[in-house]
Ligand binder design. Structure first.
Ligand code: AR6
Length: 231
């Protein structure tokens, strides 16, 4: 597998059996090497312009809080490039806090192609959504809605019409979605983080007291959503 050793202690030894994986998920049987895994992007730090240093503190704090609540599950912070500032900040802070590197890893890759291109199995992915839960708009939101096809839009509408900042919604992904069949993803969790970009709705105008509170709430909602799936 590509990209696997570049950003984490993770060694990609998993074999590729996409069809078996999808069949196994449909029939409710999960093979032993299928550890429940949430892949998530850094919420609010690109289009929403949240400060990277503050965001990395909050990611590590929330991972530390939840890593023992997810049973044998794993949390994986993903970003597109090896040069990702947020990945290096989080990696350094997680190592400093001695967070278990089997339960929390960072990974470089496209969150819509983690299994097919990276060999990393993740049954749940998070989306840095907009408040209307609409496709497009750029960033990871556009990538996930586009890769998932119309099935995700329909399934999302059944669960929620909009999101408030700091909240998340768990959406089961229909088996007709390419993300389900190709990547083995069974759920997408949409998360709305705090917005610091004056060009976007609900801008917090550099109020980082409010912003940090909302980002903490966003990660709590996201990880609680994952816990509810793992159970
Ligand atoms: N795979 C992995 N990570 C990605 C990908 C991808 N395909 N694409 C982007 N990232 P952003 P935000 C990383 O801007 O700041 C949207 O338009 C990116 O490098 O997607 O929360 C929505 O509709 C960064 O680390 O989300 C909202 O309006 C992280 O994902 C708004 O942007 C989040 O970047 C949300 O802004």
């Amino acid at each position: 597998p590509e990209n696997v050793s570049s950003s984490s202690g993770y060694v990609g030894k998993e074999t590729k059996e996409g069809e078996d994986l999808a069949v196994g998920l449909v029939s409710g049987t999960v093979s032993l090497n299928d550890v429940p895994t949430l892949a998530f992007p850094s919420i609010s730090t690109s289009d929403f312009q949240f400060n990277h240093d503050r965001a990395s503190d909050i990611i590590v704090e929330k991972v530390e809080e939840f890593v023992n609540k997810i049973g044998n599950g794993r949390l994986v912070l993903v970003d597109l490039s090896n040069g990702s500032k947020i990945l290096s900040l989080v990696r350094a802070k997680a190592a400093h806090k001695k967070i278990d590197s089997n339960k929390f890893l960072t990974f470089v890759g496209d969150i819509t192609r983690l299994y097919s291109e990276g060999g990393l199995r993740c049954n749940v992915i998070a989306n840095a959504a907009n408040w209307r839960l609409k496709p497009g708009g750029g960033g990871v939101n556009a990538a996930i809605f586009s890769a998932a096809g119309p099935a995700l839009e329909v399934a999302t509408k059944e669960r929620a019409g909009s999101l408030l900042p700091g909240n998340a919604v768990v959406v089961p992904l229909p088996a007709t979605s390419p993300l389900f069949s190709r990547e083995g993803i069974t759920h997408v969790i949409h998360v709305l983080g705090p917005n610091m970009n004056p060009q976007r709705p609900n801008c917090l105008n550099s109020d980082y007291n409010k912003g940090c509170k909302v980002l903490r709430e966003a990660y709590s909602s996201l990880f609680e959503g994952f816990v509810s799936i793992v159970k």
